[in-house]
Ligand binder design. Structure first.
Ligand SMILES: NC(=O)c1ccc[n+]([C@@H]2O[C@H](COP(=O)([O-])OP(=O)(O)OC[C@H]3O[C@@H](n4cnc5c(N)ncnc54)[C@H](O)[C@@H]3O)[C@@H](O)[C@H]2O)c1
Ligand SMILES: O=P(O)(O)OC[C@@H](O)[C@@H](O)[C@H](O)[C@H](O)CO
Length: 479
């Protein structure tokens, strides 16, 4: 079929009328579209809930979606084949630089929540997990000079704070902020970052946020790789229309939500979302077992020359390292409903889905922020019980080897990592560990453990860890 004869997507044809905007989303990436947009469409009252979604750094995704009225195809990719569904819950796609439109929408009484997938690095966490305003100096200067009305705010949180100021002005009432990023306690992290940023600009706004903004935490799960040209061609071939922005995801999906929505929310539970009082066990299960394993594979796998998650898992050295890490993490995951053996069995199958080409380089980004939540808690828990934590420290060792090899590292602390890399041996390892989690590099036994594990994933490695089973990963006891 030639491109000019193929129709595009349009709402009348697919029978998906536009719902009114009641949700504003920041971070119009692949994951938002495969997850929240899907759940909203499948909520029992989904027809009443429209999402206005803003991009982060570039207008491209907004322009492409706006040209097809917000519609896009979700390609659900299992090991056996693909299924296609048009998603219509995004009713407005906006360039994130359009701060005026963001202010307008957030200050409207009909808008009841702002949801976020802005990546872990965007929350300004330092190596102690506290909010560090130093990365927001440019936005704070804009806020101070133009009271947020200018169009040059560059960070998602700076833009959101200016929009919350507009809501205070308009007296539109309380609102929920819902983080859907892979962070421990993501609602609390969002609260600290947004209130901290507001405090640095206008203490009155910070007080208003404390009283009027409800920060909701969620654990989100659906493996969503980047879309390729082949995916675009496949939709045209299989569906008979042209979609410039399909999104690919695995069939599995999960959303656990905890917190208060002062002005309501879609009935996401109709689509399988679960609402709980205590999110932490679910969040640890997902962040440690799935994201921890992903990070381990991202560094170990690339050091071994692999490109995707499924390829890395076929390499016994990577697979054994993941199993060893899972063995440690599972010791610290308790709770009746967690069903760890079944969860791990499902993960093995999800990771092995070779039809999902999930690039290790994408997962590897921003490691200094991610490893503090994925490796360090399990390492600390293992050591507090007198064991070495070698399965968890191997994730840190792989990252430390990986950052030595990268010419252009994508990480919010890339300058500090480059400075640490100029040191040698144990000094270098200690400096890098301290960037992940302050004080970690002060423990000489952890530094020595990580030093012994360096080069485990070198392509020609013959060390026990690279060739044998998980038991060989434990070089010492921590007693
Ligand atoms: N892709 C997945 O499988 C998946 C699954 C669960 C959770 N998540 C969470 O969603 C986040 C986004 O994933 P995605 O796959 O949609 O990524 P993506 O690259 O497709 O989109 C991310 C969005 O955030 C913006 N962004 C990225 N970094 C930014 C920064 N520093 N400042 C401002 N804006 C920035 C981008 O411009 C884009 O709009 C992840 O970081 C993760 O926390 C992703
Ligand atoms: O950028 P990250 O590391 O938070 O996410 C990369 C992947 O691990 C992640 O996207 C998973 O696929 C996802 O968390 C599955 O739900």
């Amino acid at each position: 079929m030639s491109a000019n004869k193929v129709p595009g997507l349009n709402r009348a044809q697919v029978g998906l009328p536009k719902a009114p905007v009641r949700i504003v989303h920041l971070g119009l990436g692949a994951f938002h579209r495969s997850h929240e947009a899907w759940y909203t469409q499948h909520a029992g009252d989904g027809g009443e809930w429209g999402i206005a979604a803003f991009t982060g750094r570039r207008p491209d995704a907004a322009l492409a979606l706006a040209a097809q009225d917000g519609l896009f195809t979700l390609i659900e990719r299992s090991g056996d084949g693909d299924a296609f569904e048009v998603i219509g819950s995004i009713v407005e796609a906006v360039d994130g630089a359009d701060v005026r439109r963001l202010q307008e929408l957030v200050s409207a009484p009909e808008t009841v929540m702002v949801t976020l997938t802005i990546t872990e690095a965007a929350y300004g966490l330092d190596s102690t997990g506290s909010f560090d305003a130093s990365g927001f100096a440019g936005d704070l200067a804009v806020l101070a000079s133009a009271a947020g009305a200018g169009g040059t705010l560059t960070t998602p949180l700076g833009r959101l704070v200016s929009a919350l100021a507009a809501r205070r002005e308009s007296a539109a009432g309380p609102i929920a902020v819902v983080s859907c990023d892979n962070l421990s306690g993501n609602g609390e992290v969002a609260r600290r970052a947004i209130t901290g940023l507001a405090e640095a600009w206008d203490a009155g706004l910070a007080r208003w946020i404390e009283k009027n903004v409800s920060f909701v935490s969620t654990s989100v799960d659906r493996i969503t790789p980047r879309t390729t040209e082949a995916d675009i061609a496949e939709v045209e071939e299989s569906c008979g229309y042209r979609d410039s922005s399909p999104v690919v995801a695995e069939p599995f999906r999960d959303w656990v939500i905890s917190g208060n929505f002062p002005k309501g929310r879609p009935r996401w539970e109709d689509a399988g979302a679960v609402v709980v009082d205590d999110l932490e066990p679910y969040e640890n299960r997902k962040l440690w077992l799935l994201n921890g394993a992903h990070s381990l594979l991202a560094y170990a796998g690339q050091l071994r020359g692999h490109t995707t998650v499924a390829q890395a898992l076929e390499d016994p050295s990577c697979r054994n390292a993941v199993e060893a890490f899972w063995g440690e993490a599972a010791e610290h995951l308790h709770g009746q409903d967690l069903r760890i053996p079944e969860y791990l069995e499902a993960l093995r199958a999800r990771f092995a889905n070779g039809r999902i080409a999930h690039n290790l380089s994408q997962i590897a980004a921003d490691g200094s922020t991610k490893l503090r939540m994925r490796a360090v808690p399990v390492l600390a828990a293992e050591r507090s019980q007198g064991r070495s934590g070698a399965g968890s420290s191997l994730m840190l060792a792989a990252w430390i080897d990986y950052v030595a090899e990268q010419k252009e590292l994508k990480d919010p602390r890339s300058d500090s990592i480059a400075a640490a890399n100029r040191a040698q041996g144990a000094e270098r390892i200690a400096a890098l560990l301290n960037l992940v989690s302050e004080g970690l590099g002060e423990d000489p036994r952890i530094v020595a453990l990580v030093a012994r594990q360096s080069s485990t994933f070198a392509k020609d490695s013959t060390t026990a860890a690279a060739t044998a089973g998980p038991a060989h990963l434990v070089p010492e006891r921590n007693s």
